[in-house]
Ligand binder design. Sequence first.
Ligand code: PLP
Length: 452
Amino acid sequence: MNDLPNLSLTKMDQMSLFHPVSSIHDVQQNGPQIYTSAQGVEVTRDTGQTLLDMGAGLWCVNVGYGRTELVQAGAEAMQQLSFQHFFGGASAEPTIRLADRLLGLFRDTVSGSDMARVFFGNSGSDANDTAVKLVTYYNNLRGKPAKKKIISRKGSYHGLTLASGSLTGINGYHTAFDLPMKGILHTSCPHYFAFGQDGESEAAFTDRLITEVEDMIASEGADTVAAFIAEPIMGTGGVLLPPEGYFAKLQEVLDRHDILLIADEVITGFGRTGQWFGCGTYGLRPDIVSLAKGLTSAYFPMSASIISNRMWEVFASASEKMGAVMHGFTYSGHPVGAAIALANLEVIETEGMVENSAKLGPVLLDALRDATKGNAHVGDVRGAGLMAGVEFAGFPAGSAPHKIVAKHATAAGVLTRALPFMPVTSFSPPLCVTEAEISEAANRYAKALAAA
Ligand code: PLP
């Protein structure tokens, strides 16, 4: 054993921590970046430097850092009932109230939605694993055991467990781990800026993609395809907004072939796009909605899967015959997480953070357009609500300008995210961000661009 207490924190980290999604080489060479505190939209490092966090952690701290309402709700819930499992029908008040609240919110803000129940888990990845399992369960119960394949999209990000990592459509997450698993297919990435052909309108691009989905279903056989999974806006894949008419046309194809839609709202849920849910923003009518991140603003690891009525009816009517649904986790429905989520939703609602996201989205885009004006390597600036991306283009192959800019941005006092496999800087500040903070962050980003 190492004599760790005598080592510096940096050394201790290097000798004891296996960082997720990190280069071992980088951590060993350059050390970790250690954060010590955070408040509002600012985070502070052990060096004393304070930075504007334009990523809200990993797109997740929607209400901002240090909110005493959430801290108190968690402390009180822990004091009252520090844990309760939900197996075998056990239950607890905060979780019951949260399920009811989520159903109400979704019903009220996503027109045409018909959702019946909420299942809780711990992370976005396990929410998507739950979706895969429930789709399988659904078709087994319906006597359609061959209908199991799931279509995802190239460039998508759905998590990194075996199933969710397979749904993820980025090779960089697959190759070293022998993913994707059997039965997961990937159709083309709906990124018009990069993949629209010369002279092809955005609407024609959409039609081409939808035809490809139809062809894939036909060649696989509709009786083997169970579901299609999509982020309303693709996050890690590059902040990719759906091209014109995409979801309406996709939905029509899926309906025609009895294929379920799974909406991965792990990033887009809870105000990120300027509405409560991305399904509302882009007119999706899903059968399963995966939620995490903004559900608790990352004050507690928790996910939720909202299930449609038509799925629920199949589950419920088979219940006597099937017995218990053998899926769930120790922490499914954790009452402390639920209490924090309720406090979080209350803050979002009473402080008008969804409205702030809608109002300041255009301000963020304008600020980023100003900051990047005249930069020969910035090809596109796009976004919806408080979710934006700056895409670099026309740079020499093999270079990664967004990663160089991110380093300069950190030095200039703004945390941005250089996406791992796309030349894009993403911006997703806490939804409590002010116009002045956006302006300051954009100034710092402009300095970083100039220095890069
Ligand atoms: N789905 C989407 C759209 C995500 O962006 C993420 C994480 O960034 C996940 C799923 C996975 O969530 P987690 O990292 O909590 O497992």
